[in-house]
Ligand binder design. Structure first.
Ligand code: HEC
Length: 484
């Protein structure tokens, strides 16, 4: 537990990013042309297939494994890719997205570090799709297709033990403004327990930009009824006034213990599930899941959202509680130079932090907004060794995963963590929120997508010998929509 006063993180640690549809960026396509030609060479080397590339034999199984987890009835993607007809009608679009490596979405460079739930296509698979589209998208001999990959959710944990839903929808007026709310979802359970994983499920996916969740627990008779008080309050320009109406404190007015960042949702992110006993939180019978901050993007029409939270209990009390620290905006290591990007410039920013003691890392979440172009993070040990953390060659603000390595990453004492990012404030950046470009800067941690942020959020705990061999594979498919 990290008992702390509520206001310290009222503005949320990790915030969200915009949701729009950028067009293809020139730089990405160039790199992909290389990938593609490599793929064709591989394909040619394989004898250009003894049989023609068909949907039933080649493309169907591939799409069902790598795409259908999201592209399915009720999935998070806007259309299904599960049957021959569905894929054929979108053939050229599918080809363009896989050749530009924008689908399946996996911004982290798998050659730098592999994470759990990774889904990427090989050059050979990309070439195969191109070849199939080129040759008129034949269906092929009938044969059974493999089952559709499960959605990228908390797999293997089964049904949630507790579901907390907004008691009524939050209404957005359709005024083309960002809106920020604090909301509480109270619970009273039969006995104290351990929470192992928390999954935030947005009601209105297109509108929820981000959610940062905290857990408040009330001991014994400290609180008669956690449901007492308003259940939500809009936060205007960072003002905390409305928060008092939620009555989050104990009945005697003292602050109840709060653990911040127990659940974070960003576009495309999946909940983090660690092995039982690592991470997780002890909760008392009465508590509140606090949407410390839920951020809705601008909309021109009135809309509503009714999000919910799925909670999974664990069997073992957390023996290794996980905490977080941040390099960059709102963090403990500054950005150099200060985050101001003049119009028509491409700029590099850095942040670094020396670790006083050895640490064990279980999760990494890089965060930027619309000007992000690329990101690199690594640790440099006192012995001069480099420990790769994450590299993103083509930043995509719509896919901001919480990356969990298959095994704990251990970083020795006195290592320096380095973060280096490139921001592109030119017209060549298809996501630039301004045309013509304007000066964009950090505004005291403002979450507006037209302001910038740079964060590297690292989750972990103090190192113990043996940590390097601890597997973080909680369940075989904790985040993967298929494959791997
Ligand atoms: C993790 C979820 C996920 C996976 C896996 C995934 N997609 Fe998508 N895809 C989306 C979402 C969400 C969108 C719509 C938002 C966007 O454009 O990013 C989308 C959009 C698309 C589009 C339309 C893009 C446009 O702008 O017109 C195509 C084509 C596509 N996906 C193909 C694929 C293919 C092919 C695969 C597998 C090789 C795949 N996707 C895997 C989530 C996914």
């Amino acid at each position: 537990m990290t008992p702390s006063g509520l206001p310290s993180d009222m503005r949320g640690g990790a915030d969200g990013a915009g949701w729009s549809r950028p067009r293809h960026g020139g730089r990405r396509l160039r790199a992909d042309a290389l990938w593609l030609s490599l793929g064709l060479v591989v394909l040619a080397a394989c004898g250009t297939q003894a049989h023609p590339v068909t949907f039933n034999a080649d493309i169907g199984p591939l799409v069902r494994r790598e795409c259908s987890g999201c592209h399915r009835e009720g999935g998070i993607a806007p259309f299904a890719l599960t049957t021959y007809d569905e894929v054929r009608t979108r053939g050229p679009g599918v080809r363009a997205m896989v050749e530009s490596r924008r689908m399946p979405p996996w911004p982290a460079d798998p050659t730098y570090r592999v994470f759990l739930g990774q889904h990427t296509l090989t050059s050979h698979e990309i070439a195969l799709i191109g070849w199939w589209v080129e040759s008129g998208m034949p269906e092929g001999e009938p044969r059974p297709l493999p089952p559709i990959a499960p959605p990228p959710r908390v797999q293997g944990l089964g049904e949630p033990d507790l579901v907390l839903e907004m008691p009524e929808p939050i209404r957005l007026p359709g005024d083309r403004q960002d809106h920020f709310f604090m909301a509480k979802l109270p619970f009273v359970i039969p006995a104290d327990t351990t929470i192992r994983a928390i999954e935030f499920v947005p009601g209105n996916r297109a509108l929820v930009h981000h959610m940062n969740g905290a857990l408040i627990t009330y001991s014994g008779a400290a609180k008669a009824d956690p449901r007492h008080g308003a259940w939500y309050s809009e936060m205007r320009e960072g003002s905390m006034e409305g928060a008092h109406s939620l009555h989050l404190e104990n009945d005697d007015g003292t602050l109840a213990p709060i653990t911040l960042s127990v659940a974070n949702y960003l576009p495309g992110s999946n909940p983090v599930v660690l092995p039982d006993g690592i991470g997780g939180w002890r909760v008392t019978r009465k508590g509140v899941f606090l949407l410390n901050m839920i951020h809705y993007g601008p909309t021109a029409t009135p809309q509503e959202d009714r999000s919910r939270v799925n909670i999974y209990f664990g069997d073992h009390p957390p023996t290794r509680p996980v905490s977080q620290f941040i390099l960059g905006t709102l963090g403990i290591a500054p950005i150099v130079p200060p985050l101001v990007v003049p119009p028509d410039t491409v700029m590099t920013f850095r942040s670094q932090l020396e670790m006083p003691t050895a640490i064990s890392i279980v999760n990494i979440n890089p965060h930027m907004h619309l000007l992000g172009r690329s990101l690199l993070a690594f640790a440099l040990t006192p012995a001069g060794d480099t420990i790769p953390l994450i590299r993103i060659l083509h930043w995509d603000f719509r896919w901001q995963y919480f990356y969990t390595p298959p095994k704990i990453i251990t970083v020795p004492a006195r290592s320096v963590i380095h973060l280096e990012v490139v921001l592109d404030n030119t017209t060549a950046n298809p996501n630039n929120p301004f045309s013509p470009p304007r000066e964009v800067k950090e505004q005291g941690g403002s979450m507006r997508t037209t302001d910038e942020m740079i964060q590297l959020i690292i989750s972990g705990f103090p190192y113990r010998p043996g940590d390097e061999s601890i597997s973080l594979e909680a369940t075989p498919q904790s985040t993967a929509p298929g494959g791997h």
